[in-house]
Design a protein around this ligand. Structure first.
Ligand code: MN
Length: 243
């Protein structure tokens, strides 16, 4: 077998029955592209909504099976929660062979400590969202939601999506972007000069300077839409690959 030497990063696929082309592209990526990698990091919002590990719709089944096949083929798959799929739980991990990442995950990337985040915590100007986030990550909130029957959760997800769409329309672009001070404080707090995150759907590579004068880099991953991109690292450096 070939040595697997690459490390891949993706985020914000927002898989849902409403976007079958993206799902197909992702399944093909898992089958054909990802097995060449040593590690695949999925930095949140793999699904557009996740209402519980017991949701056995066909899309979830196909994705779970493909992830497991990849893990079985020797690629380590790491999963971070996004703001849309933070209810992904233990059972999902068991059924896919994915390994969980904490909301701030520092990994070694070819000798360089690198912080991985979904990115929603960087949008610190969006106080209404951060407030909801704090409440919705408590065990009580979670148990309450997951204790409801599946049909009710399905209905709730539709309502939530509609409401979130409507709320977003009222927020300014600046509020929904990462706050630069928060970015710098977070990086400095974790002792890194490299950060990779998604969530904002504003793909870019930002050069910045930390308060202690060290130059730093922030990679913002793209959402998977009509186009898909993958951030690929190997010992030589990085490149963006379109799928
Ligand atoms: Mn997100």
């Amino acid at each position: 077998m070939l040595t697997k030497q690459e490390v891949l990063f993706i985020s914000d696929l927002h898989l849902s029955a409403a976007r079958p082309a993206t799902t197909q592209r992702f399944l093909r990526f898992l089958r054909q592209r990802a097995p060449a990698a040593e590690r695949l990091y999925i930095l949140g919002d793999l699904f557009d909504a996740w209402i519980g590990d017991d949701d056995d719709n066909p899309l979830n089944g196909a994705v779970k099976q493909a992830l497991h096949r990849l893990a079985d083929a020797g690629t380590a798959v790491y999963l971070q929660h996004g703001n849309r799929d933070f209810l992904l739980g233990e059972r999902f991990l068991r059924e896919t062979g994915c390994r969980p990442l904490p909301e701030y995950a520092v990994i070694d990337l070819y000798g360089m400590p690198t912080l991985l985040m979904h990115g929603d915590l960087l949008c610190s100007d969006d106080l209404a969202y951060l407030n909801f986030r704090a409440i919705s990550r408590t065990p009580a909130w979670r148990d309450n939601i997951l204790g409801k029957p599946l049909w009710l959760r399905r209905l709730g997800a539709r309502w939530y999506r509609w409401r979130s769409h409507w709320h977003k329309a009222k927020k300014t672009a600046a509020i929904m972007d990462a706050n630069l001070d928060t970015v710098k404080e977070t990086m400095q707090g974790h002792g890194v000069t490299r950060l990779i995150h998604g969530h904002t759907h504003r793909p870019a590579l930002h050069d910045l300077m930390l308060a202690d004068g060290r130059p730093a880099q922030r990679f913002v991953l793209a959402e998977w839409d009509d186009q898909s991109s993958v951030l690929c690292w190997n010992s030589e450096g990085y490149r963006l690959e379109s799928i």
